[in-house]
Ligand binder design. Structure first.
Ligand code: GTP
Ligand code: SPV
Ligand code: MN
Length: 601
């Protein structure tokens, strides 16, 4: 029970529907976190890792049918279909509520319903917002305790009548069936054939059924902090974006903050905590996945990281590519769907040590070595770790006022055509660049990996309303901020040579691109104007100490007019789906691009 009548009433209502055996309120204490871990260990949901190798950490293996976000089971249930737009699955809210009533009825029988009051953002920050998740999964509760700020301080801010976003979650595996028969719990309960990740933008509610994994189930993250928050941001004049936030300090001690929108598994966590190879430059982390940005008195956009932890991609992460992530997950971590070594440590593909002779894979089976079709870790295996454990967490990462954003980067996985870096001509042109972003699909979402698709502003799976209106919101924000808006850049670490190798070394070497961005913000570094944007002159990128073949650099900075002319009709088709909702200024931007390309040939 709380002091908040509406909250108590809602908890009672959901309990009446779901019929849990008991209700437990989460106070955010260490004791309660241990209680969650204890429950998982007792039921076999989790395996304890070696206290020596990974203190206070567990490994969880999911059902193989529940390993990633499910975009085709994610719904925006706005009153009007048109408000969900062509890029979302829409469902009628009344019909969906009826369906959910059926699914949720008795779905927690034999289980505990946890009440998790959480703050997205530093508790009490005027950019932060509060949610309450009701869930029947101790795994979800433990993850939420790392990923968000949970417990009594949140209830204190909520007071007797504060606003909160209600989020209901069930794995959809009751232990007592309707006919009264009981069944034992299983390590990863879910209802894989009946997943519903549903959002009600008008009433700002989330109902999630059937999955226990990541963004499907940790409802503060994508469901609230992006899909619902994007709607709140549109209505209230701020921005909720799928962006990392980093603090970049030059050798002279000058500081800039950069936000970057890359699609899932396209390098946000890596960039946010990278170790620059350029002497004297420093990168520190403010956030690695989501940014909430708001105008402050100075007329500039200021951002907070609404999260308190990292839910990061494990495969490919190692002490060479991302030592700070490795340090962040050294202890007090939850590992999901990674391999386990006989000495109780974790292992995954491209971790920086050879696989031991014996290994239990993410399916819980003895792993057969070097069988490329059978990986030790699932490609979307993840670690959950407190942000405070990151060695390069910025001293201002929890500043309730947020950090002033100087530059925004867009980027994705593009093997051809897209240069290493370019700067937009204006906020409007930058919005055009974001709106025509495309990237190859990754294992972060169920579906076909590698397929190139448009992913505007990396928000395709996360925008809670019509994407055409979302573009308009970007333009409106630009009009409001004027010349105080961040500069917009477009980067691509993933361009490949004919033989398939990445042309750019990436990771810590991306500091060279950040340095150019930093200097451009001060009107310093040199650039050439091309039809697609300002590119660095060959001498403007600091490549000192980097062994990059000249022809690779040329390719990385090449603007192939033919390639871009071929893209124009593809962009037009992409834009056509937004109909009358496509802002005319973006259609004009596309015409202007075509004109510049024609002038260049
Ligand atoms: P989400 O958590 O799904 O939103 O992903 P993310 O955008 O944070 O991606 P992350 O940083 O976890 O990177 C995903 C994968 O891309 C990892 O396997 C990385 O090793 C790889 N990666 C990240 N940065 C680079 C880079 O600069 N170059 C190359 N080649 N690979 C990279
Ligand atoms: C993403 O897919 O962009 C993630 C992981 O950050 S999840 O929380 O599962 O959405
Ligand atoms: Mn993400």
């Amino acid at each position: 029970m709380s002091n908040h009548q509406a909250l108590d009433r809602w908890v009672a209502q959901v309990a009446e529907l779901c019929q849990p055996d008991e209700i437990v309120w989460c106070d955010g204490s260490e004791a309660q976190y241990q209680e969650m871990i204890g429950r998982m260990l007792a039921t076999g949901s989790a395996v304890k890792l070696s206290e020596k190798k990974k203190p206070n950490s567990i490994l969880v293996r999911s059902d193989p049918a529940d390993v990633a976000r499910v975009e085709d089971r994610t719904f925006i249930c706005s009153e009007k279909e048109e408000d969900a737009g062509p890029t979302n699955n829409w469902a009628d809210p009344a019909e969906m509520k009826q369906k959910l009533d059926g699914l949720f009825k008795g779905c927690m029988r034999g289980r505990t319903m946890y009440v998790v009051p959480f703050s997205m953002g530093p508790v009490g920050s005027d950019i932060a917002h509060i949610g309450v998740e009701l869930s029947d999964s101790p795994y979800v509760v433990a993850n939420m305790m790392i990923m968000t700020r949970v417990g009594q301080p949140v209830l204190d801010v909520l007071g007797e009548d504060g606003y909160f976003v209600p989020c209901v979650h069930s794995v959809g595996y009751p232990l007592v069936l309707t006919d009264g028969t009981t069944r034992d719990d299983i390590p990863w309960p879910c209802d894989s054939d009946n997943k519903y990740i549903t959002h009600f933008p008008e009433t700002r509610e989330v109902w999630s059924y059937g999955s226990g994994y990541g963004g499907n189930a940790l409802l503060g993250k994508k469901c609230f902090a992006l899909r619902i928050a994007s709607v709140m941001a549109r209505d209230q004049g701020w921005m909720a974006e799928h962006m990392l936030i980093l603090k970049l300090t030059s050798p002279e001690g000058a500081v800039k903050h950069i936000a970057a929108a890359f699609p899932s598994a396209c390098g946000k966590t890596n960039l946010a905590m990278m170790t620059p190879t350029l002497p004297g430059w420093k990168v520190e982390t403010v956030g690695d996945d989501i940014a909430w940005m708001k105008f402050k008195e100075d007329g500039c956009l200021h951002a907070i990281n609404p999260e308190a932890g990292f839910f990061g991609v494990a495969p490919g992460t190692n002490y060479k590519t991302n030592p700070n992530a490795m340090e962040s997950m050294k202890e007090n971590a939850i590992f999901t769907n990674v391999g386990m070594t006989p000495d109780g440590d974790v292992w995954w593909e491209d971790i920086d040590r050879p696989a031991p002779d014996h290994l239990i894979d993410w399916l819980g089976q003895e792993w057969v070595h070097y069988d490329s079709t059978h990986k030790a870790a699932h490609p979307n295996a993840r670690f959950t770790a407190p942000a405070s454990q990151c060695p390069v967490i910025a001293d201002n990462w929890e500043d309730p006022a947020g950090v002033k954003i100087d530059a925004i980067l867009f980027g994705g996985r593009r093997s051809t055509g897209q240069p290493l870096v370019l700067e937009s001509f204006s906020w409007e042109h930058g919005t055009f660049l974001g709106s025509t972003m495309a990237s190859q699909k990754t294992a972060a979402a169920a579906g076909k990996v590698g397929e190139l698709r448009f992913d505007p502003m990396a928000m395709l799976p996360f925008c809670g309303y019509h994407m055409g209106d979302y573009f308009k919101h970007w333009l409106d924000m630009g009009d409001q901020g004027g010349d105080k808006m961040p500069r917009i850049f477009y980067v691509n670490w993933f361009r490949r040579a004919q033989d398939g190798h990445f042309l750019w070394p990436g990771f810590g070497e991306n500091a060279r691109v950040l340095k150019w961005v930093f200097e451009r913000c001060d009107g310093q570094a040199e650039a050439t104007q091309t039809p697609i944007g300002h590119l660095p002159t060959p001498g403007a990128l600091d490549l000192s100490g980097l062994d990059l073949p000249e022809e690779d650099l040329a390719e990385l900075l090449d603007v192939d007019t033919e390639h871009w002319l071929q893209k124009v009709p593809v962009f037009r088709k992409h834009y056509a789906q937004f109909g009358a909702k496509l802002p005319g200024r973006l259609a004009d931007q596309l015409d202007q691009l075509e004109q510049r390309l024609n002038d260049a040939t």
